[in-house]
Design a binder for this molecule. Structure first.
Ligand SMILES: [Zn+2]
Length: 142
C-alpha cells in the first residue's frame, strides 16, 4: 500500500499514513476529506528499510510514523545525532560529573582509567578470555 502525507483541517498534518489509492484523500485519523501534501512517497517495502532501532532503549520502529508516535509518547527522550550541540553538551556534563566525583574520592583520571583496565582484565581472566601471564623462572637452580 502506498504511503501519503495527508493534511486534514481537523487533524492537521499526518505524514506517512498508509492509504489505498481509492482512499488517499480520506483522512487516516477522522475519516473526513483531506488534502494530500505529497503524492505517494514510498511503498511499504521501502518503508521497512527505514526500520530503526535503539539498542540503548531496546526499542525498534518499523516505520517513521511508528517512531514519531513513540517519541511523542516519550517526551523525555530526545534524539541526538553524534556531534550535534545537545550531544556535545551531554558529553561535557558527563565528563564534568566524572571529574567532580573523582575529586571527591581523591583520585586522578589516570588512576581511574588504570583501575578500569584492571577490572576489565580481571573479568576477562575470570571468563577465560585472556591468557594468564606465565612467569618463567629460569634462574631456579636444579
Ligand atoms: Zn482528519
Amino acid at each position: 500500500m502506498p504511503w501519503y502525507h495527508q493534511k486534514c483541517d481537523t487533524c492537521g498534518d499526518l505524514p506517512d499514513v498508509p492509504r489505498s489509492v481509492e482512499q488517499y484523500k480520506v483522512c487516516f485519523e477522522c475519516g473526513g476529506p483531506c488534502e494530500v501534501v505529497i503524492y505517494p512517497t514510498r511503498t511499504v517495502g521501502i518503508v521497512f528499510s527505514n526500520a530503526e532501532e535503539s539498542k540503548q532503549l531496546g526499542t525498534r520502529w518499523e516505520t517513521n510514523q511508528q517512531k514519531r508516535d513513540w517519541m511523542k509518547a516519550h517526551p523525555n527522550v530526545v534524539e541526538m545525532s553524534k556531534g550535534d550541540a545537545n550531544d556535545r553538551k551531554f558529553n561535557q556534563r558527563i565528563k564534568n560529573q566524572m571529574h567532580d566525583s573523582l575529586k571527591k574520592q581523591g583520585l586522578t583520571l589516570n588512576q581511574l582509567k588504570k583501575a578500569q583496565r584492571d577490572d576489565t582484565r580481571r573479568m576477562d581472566l575470570a571468563k577465560g578470555k585472556a591468557e594468564k601471564k606465565i612467569v618463567l623462572d629460569t634462574a631456579t637452580p636444579k
